[in-house]
Design a protein around this ligand. Structure first.
Ligand code: UDP
Length: 234
């Protein structure tokens, strides 16, 4: 297998599926199926999930909610998504633990690095909730940070686009996809992969990222088996 331990980043927005708000049961089920397939290969899977389908701190500012309060609300949103994802993967018989960066003892475990690593070694899927636990960060930063802490081999950023393009493929027909690209090139060309904090964390710690389309069934499986899916940034 190409990777032993992966950090899968899922956006909250992707959970919308066909809905305008909340969690689409079909999309959740699809993700659970994909995750189960890679767990069955013996790969250790840690997941960071976003909260954009429910709440984003930046948007809250427009409604008079201050940024820190809004970010706390956003972090709670990631926990709601994490709980939903945990239920979905458990229905497939996959053991999992939800670990939160903000203490919520009645609902999930607090994030403790050594404990997280132990869960992974035992074959449990870890879902990291509440981002980094700090306002002014994103769940992409949480994904980079946790991946480095648990010594994951790679960050797999699941999106609705099948990789990194020279310009936005949803707006520009001439956009071309990169199969692989270096961290320096991404910065030089001003391409949008992750926010700068998240991206720099990966670059400084030599942690490769693959951006891929998570909504195409089988992609995650093919990717961990070593197929060239998406764009590799290294
Ligand atoms: N957030 C935060 N600190 C973190 C991670 C997330 O404050 O470490 C908040 C922030 O308000 C963000 C929201 O949680 O807008 C949801 O996360 P994100 O926007 O990254 O979700 P995604 O875009 O992946 O759905």
């Amino acid at each position: 297998m190409k990777y032993k331990r992966i950090l899968l980043k899922l956006s909250g927005e992707a959970l919308l599926g066909k809905q305008n708000f909340g969690i689409d049961a079909e999309r959740l089920e699809q993700y659970a199926t994909e995750i189960k397939k890679v767990v069955d290969l013996g790969i250790e899977v840690a997941i960071v999930i976003g909260g954009g389908n429910i709440y984003r701190g930046m948007e809250a500012e427009k409604t008079g909610v201050d940024r820190v309060q809004g970010d706390h609300m956003g972090m709670l949103a990631t926990l709601i998504n994490g709980m939903a994802l945990q239920s979905a993967i458990e229905q497939h018989g996959v053991y999992s633990r939800l670990m939160s960066a903000i203490k919520m003892d009645e609902i999930c475990e607090p994030y403790i690095r050594r404990r997280a690593v132990r869960h992974l070694e035992k074959g449990r899927v870890i879902i990291f909730g509440a981002g980094t636990g700090n306002p002014y960060f994103t769940t992409d930063s949480a994904a980079s940070l946790r991946a480095i802490e648990i010594e994951a081999d790679i960050v797999l950023k699941g999106t609705r686009v099948d990789g990194v393009y020279s310009s936005d493929p949803e707006k520009d027909e001439a956009a071309t996809k990169y199969t692989s690209i270096t961290f320096q090139e991404v910065i030089r060309k001003g391409l949008n992969v992750m926010d700068t904090t998240a991206f720099t964390l990966c670059q400084e710690n030599n942690l490769p990222i693959i951006v891929f389309d998570m909504n195409t069934p089988g992609n995650l499986y093919s990717l961990v088996k070593g197929e060239d899916i998406g764009t590799l940034i290294s």
